[in-house]
Design a protein around this ligand. Structure first.
Ligand code: GSH
Length: 176
């Protein structure tokens, strides 16, 4: 086993990397890291103090050497290292667009879901406290991803509503 993935399965960034590695049939070992609080040895290999971090043991067995500390960077590494099946487009333009969507999901979407759902609704529950529904409602934000189409319309807007007012069952379940 030459790859170690440090993280926690609750993190969508860790799961993103896990899915990609599994789809490629790559062998790796998952090593759980508790981020509340984060251990010092992990802070040394994660400059931004975030999960996931990947270690390639063939490059470095301890400390920062051999580590990559960002989910998109890890995915780029794995896409090159395990070329089959290719999971990113080969075409330059399509690759640019896929990277754009990935970046949007990692920043805009994840940030809003984190502040609007995880922090006010789920985190208190993990600590045995009540969810802060008013805070979740206050932070409820409309997240909009515009995607161009190849047909008549130049732009098609897809609106993803989230928040406790959403009719989606997952949000009703979270807010119950
Ligand atoms: N850009 C980073 C973001 C990773 C990230 O935000 N991870 C969260 C967990 S979902 C984290 O480690 N948070 C630590 C904290 O907020 O203290 C990536 O793609 O890997």
């Amino acid at each position: 086993m030459s790859l170690i993935l440090y993280g926690a399965p609750l993190s969508p960034f860790v799961r993103k990397v896990e899915v990609l590695l599994r789809e490629k049939g790559a062998e790796f070992e998952s090593e759980p890291v508790n981020i509340m609080p984060m251990p010092d040895w992990f802070k040394e290999i994660s400059p931004a103090k975030r999960i996931p971090v990947l270690r390639d043991l063939s490059v470095g067995r301890e400390g920062p050497k051999g580590t990559i500390a960002d989910s998109s960077a890890i995915c780029a590494f794995a896409e090159r290292k395990f070329s089959e099946p290719a999971l990113y487009p080969a075409d330059a333009f399509e690759l640019g667009r896929a990277t754009w969507y990935e970046e949007w999901a990692d920043t805009e979407l994840a940030g809003k879901v984190g502040m609007g759902i995880f922090r006010p609704i789920l985190f208190p529950r993990f600590q045995g406290k009540e969810s802060d529904i008013p805070a979740a409602k206050k932070r409820g934000t409309r997240v909009c991803l515009r995607s161009s189409t190849t047909s008549k319309a130049n732009w098609r807007a897809r609106n993803f509503w989230w928040g406790v007012r959403s009719p989606s069952p997952i949000f009703r379940w979270l807010a119950r």
